[in-house]
Design a protein around this ligand. Structure first.
Ligand code: 5GP
Ligand code: MN
Length: 317
């Protein structure tokens, strides 16, 4: 697989790189690292992100604005389109159906529910992060890792392992991050940007969200929700509530933590985290979503009470 990807890079000149909506550190880090990789191979690379880069990841070096597309996929041809950290094609968002017309698709990911939508699929569920797979590819290509690439890889591994706390934390995650610090990444700088630079609005919303906590099954299942009326206009709820579900999971005795976030009047995004034996990617798959065993997501239509009812029916089983 690595060899076939190497050929695609060597033989092509013009590339598009993209990832999933609801950008996280691994998505941004992998995409930006890939951009520098292609640029350093003297290739013409462009990036499509449906969403703006979240505030806390704006310190990551990436392409300038002229090479970043938002909202709509450009209707242009590329020699190869690299889709990173994305389990399903529809998770690219926007006019994702157009992607097949953009060219040959290489799918590089670590979600165990990945649907294998690429012409080449490099899917490694044992990898801590997509950044880890991108690192392996860079080593295979024998390309020097620059400062720009290093900080993106480090941030991808750091955030997807929850700062080396989640079960996907493997020896390689540590050794890659150690190598990145040797190249010059400053862990304290990255930690401050990612974990200690939250806008104050986030804390006001958190206060409201904590008031919605509900426990089921003797506290094994805990649900919180966030509705659009909890934020003032122009607040980006997804950006300001990112990480809340992990915070709720810190409560002792929880097996499944859930955050239900309103997207539209009758549409909700569910973020699930498991601390016990439950596989939340299986639960989310029932609703058409997916992810990992311990962290997954899905979308459910209906009003808030209907959505909760649907979730509880499935989880109680
Ligand atoms: P989050 O709750 O942080 O949005 O997502 C948790 C994990 O599940 C991430 O790895 C994310 O990519 C994945 N995920 C979230 N929502 C969906 C979805 O609707 N479909 C799929 N396939 N994966 C999802
Ligand atoms: Mn990831």
């Amino acid at each position: 697989m690595l060899k076939r990807i190497k050929e695609r890079i060597e033989e092509g000149n013009r590339f598009l790189i993209t990832t999933h909506i609801d950008l996280d550190g691994d998505a941004v880090g992998s995409v930006f690292c890939f951009y520098w990789l292609l640029k350093n191979c003297k290739k013409d690379a462009f990036v499509y992100l449906r969403d703006q880069v979240p505030y806390k990841y704006r310190f990551l070096p990436g392409p300038d604005d002229k090479r970043l597309f938002f909202k709509e996929l450009p209707l242009e041809k590329y020699d190869t389109v690299f889709v990173l950290d994305c389990g399903d094609l529809h998770r690219i968002g926007g006019n994702y159906e157009a992607l097949r017309d953009n060219g040959f698709i290489v799918n590089i990911d670590h979600h165990n529910t990945n649907s294998g939508f690429g012409n080449i699929n490099l899917v490694v569920p044992d990898s801590s992060s997509t950044a880890e797979i991108v690192y392996d590819l860079i080593c295979f290509l024998n390309v020097e890792i620059t400062q720009e690439m290093a900080i993106n890889i480090y941030t991808g591994v750091l955030t997807d392992t929850g700062s080396f706390r989640y079960e996907n934390t493997n020896p390689k995650a540590f050794s890659i991050c150690a190598k990145m610090t040797e190249i010059g990444v400053k862990p304290a700088y990255v930690a401050q940007k990612v974990y200690e630079s939250h806008p104050k609005e986030r804390f006001f919303i958190l206060g409201k969200v904590l008031n919605t906590l509900e426990a089921y099954k003797n506290g094994k299942i805990v649900i919180a929700h966030v509705t659009r009326d909890m934020a003032e206009d122009n607040y980006s709820l997804e950006e300001f509530t990112d990480g809340f579900v992990e915070f709720i999971k810190e409560m002792d005795g929880i097996e499944i933590a859930m955050l239900i976030r309103q997207i539209e009047d009758n549409k909700y995004k569910i973020s699930m985290r498991s601390k016990g034996n439950g596989d939340v990617s299986e639960i989310c798959s029932i609703f058409g979503g997916g992810g990992h065993k311990k962290a997954a997501g899905c979308y459910i239509n209906g009003d808030l009470n209907e959505v909760k009812k649907k979730l509880l029916e499935v989880i109680k089983d």
